[in-house]
Ligand binder design. Structure first.
Ligand code: NAD
Length: 504
């Protein structure tokens, strides 16, 4: 990799991007972005205050008439140019994402950035396919048709685990549908959201269509959700914060889209390809250091394969290379922060009293000790109702439990409050067919776990939220449907008037 990302130079004017300009926040509070691989601050900025949110909402509202009035073809052209600029800047995006998150450079280069470019290309195409479903003479005397219209200014809030992809998932469907947007990234990770908005301007998306407020959740976040100038709230984050966001959005009667936490089950039936399941489980559990809402977190393995699965996973986890995220051979980087590492360690340490830690369960020593690293961890022997099985740990930790009958495996998979994603592993199409129908989650993979793509909707069941990111389904969140009805008769005294006055 070439030189590290220089945030001080790139964001010398501040970390708020409002009406096409970088500026300083006005909250009076500073925040340091810390490289989690070293624990060192790499950039300090003033957090957004409520006045910055007001200015961003105003900029988005000013941009709305022109942008929503653009033809689908014009919006599509702008998004195609945006995809090209993102692609040109791929290396800078990868370096910035790796620096602020500690993600291995191979993950940002091969997953986060190309996924984002592809999302922009997808929504460039999709912008031309927005349509109402129906037109016709349903009463006989009228013609009805359906318009799909943008909602207005969208206020979006994103988490720190995939800052660039979350910016793309929030911004692209919203603006493709003709909305304008104010996005609040997590305070830990503002870099790639800012670069994303700058790239949009460079591509010719009009000033004010995309605005970024880098601020704290409690003040800038809540102010954005409750803002009277914001017509819709789109939130991705934890279920706990999602509930608070829902309260504020509901009290101000806003359209709401919630992408919340997950605790994905990974169900291995006894006819599964064991090697595939072991590799799938380790990759699915460790991607992004396990800080992935769809990560494999609970493996249920049918008894005949259980012992071999546990030893296969333990061996593979032990071979994973922790290291400097900027090094192309590093498999696993640090967690997002030391606080997150300590939180994960807390879950594992509490589990020692009721379960076994087969491998991992500690931070590495030596060179890596200053970073927020945690070793890949395998836990067995935990009860289904224990904390480590039920709660979102959000770290490189996999729990494995045995099951006997197929129905038991599926029931255990469904037995948490979450329902974002799941996978089932078997060579038997009838078994996997039953599992896909019975598992309550917004995504079920068969014989794989994690792949995600622009054409497919992403979103949860149960406490994992509602609404869809990506795909044409996301337009259901970011548009509102209007029924238009024309009288075709030109009759002044209509038959139905007699229900209000007069007789037949
Ligand atoms: P978080 O809920 O702590 O924070 C998410 C965002 O909300 C941040 O920008 C934060 O500043 C903001 N926020 C915090 N308090 C707020 C408040 N009171 N009002 C308004 N905004 C507030 O989540 P996190 O720790 O940043 O991210 C991890 C969580 O995100 C996990 O639970 C993970 O499962 C979830 N996640 C879900 C998806 C999905 O697609 N369902 C994707 C990625 C992450």
């Amino acid at each position: 990799m070439s030189s590290p990302f220089q945030a001080d130079e790139r964001f010398a004017d501040g970390a708020q991007y409002i009406a096409g300009e970088l500026r300083r926040g006005t909250s009076g509070r500073e925040h340091a972005v810390v490289d989690p691989a070293t624990g060192e601050a790499v950039y300090t900025y003033e957090l957004a205050g409520t006045a910055d949110v007001d200015a961003a909402v105003e900029a988005a509202a000013r941009a709305f008439p022109e942008w929503s009035g653009a033809t689908p073809g014009e919006r599509s052209d702008a998004l195609h140019r945006f995809a090209a600029v993102l692609d040109d800047r791929a290396e800078e995006f990868a370096r910035a994402e790796t620096l602020q998150c500690g993600k291995p450079i191979k993950l940002t280069t091969e997953f986060d950035v190309p996924g984002t470019v592809d999302n922009a290309s997808f929504f460039a195409g999709a912008a031309r396919h927005l349509e109402g479903k129906s037109a016709g003479e349903y009463t006989g005397d009228h013609t009805s048709y359906i318009r799909r219209e943008p909602i207005g200014v969208v206020g979006s809030i994103a988490p720190w685990n995939y800052p660039l992809q979350m910016a793309a998932w929030k911004v692209l469907p919203a603006v493709a549908a003709g909305n304008t947007i104010v996005l609040k990234p997590a305070e830990l990770t503002p870099f790639t959201s800012l670069l994303f908005a700058q790239a949009a301007d460079e591509a010719g998306i009009p000033t004010g269509v995309i605005n970024i407020v880098s601020g704290a959740g409690r003040d800038a976040g809540e102010h954005l959700v409750g803002h009277p100038g914001v017509a819709m709230t789109s939130f991705t984050g934890s279920t706990a914060v999602g509930k608070r966001v829902a309260e504020i959005a509901t009290s101000t009667v806003k359209r709401l889209h919630l992408e919340l936490g997950g605790k994905a089950p990974f169900v291995v039936f006894d006819d599964a390809d064991l090697e595939a399941a072991v590799h799938g489980a380790v990759a699915g559990a460790l991607i992004n250091s396990g800080q992935d809402c769809t990560a494999a977190t609970r493996s249920y393995v049918q008894r005949p394969l259980y012992d071999a699965f546990v030893s296969g996973v333990a061996d593979l986890m032990a071979a994973v290379r922790l290291g400097d995220p900027a090094d192309g051979s590093t498999d696993l980087g640090p967690l997002i922060s030391h606080a997150q590492r300590d939180r994960v360690a807390g879950f594992v340490d509490r589990a020692r009293s009721y379960a076994s830690v087969v491998t991992g369960g500690e931070a590495p020593q030596g060179e890596l000790a200053k970073g927020a690293y945690y070793r890949p961890t395998l836990v067995t022997g935990a009860a289904q109702d224990s904390e480590i099985v039920q709660s979102e740990v959000f770290g490189p930790v996999l729990v494995v439990l045995p099951f006997d009958g197929d129905d038991e495996g599926i029931a255990l998979a469904n037995d948490t409050p979450y329902g974002l994603a799941a996978s089932a592993w078997s060579r038997d199409v009838y078994r996997t067919g039953r599992a896909t129908r019975a598992i309550k989650a917004g995504c079920v993979w068969i014989n794989d776990h994690i792949p995600i793509l622009s054409e497919m909707p992403h979103g949860g069941y149960k406490a994992s939220g509602f609404g869809k990111d990506m795909s044409a389904y996301s337009f259901d969140e970011y548009t509102q449907v209007k029924h238009v009805m024309y009288d075709n008769t030109a009759v002044a005294r209509k038959d139905w008037h007699r229900t209000v006055f007069g007789d037949r």
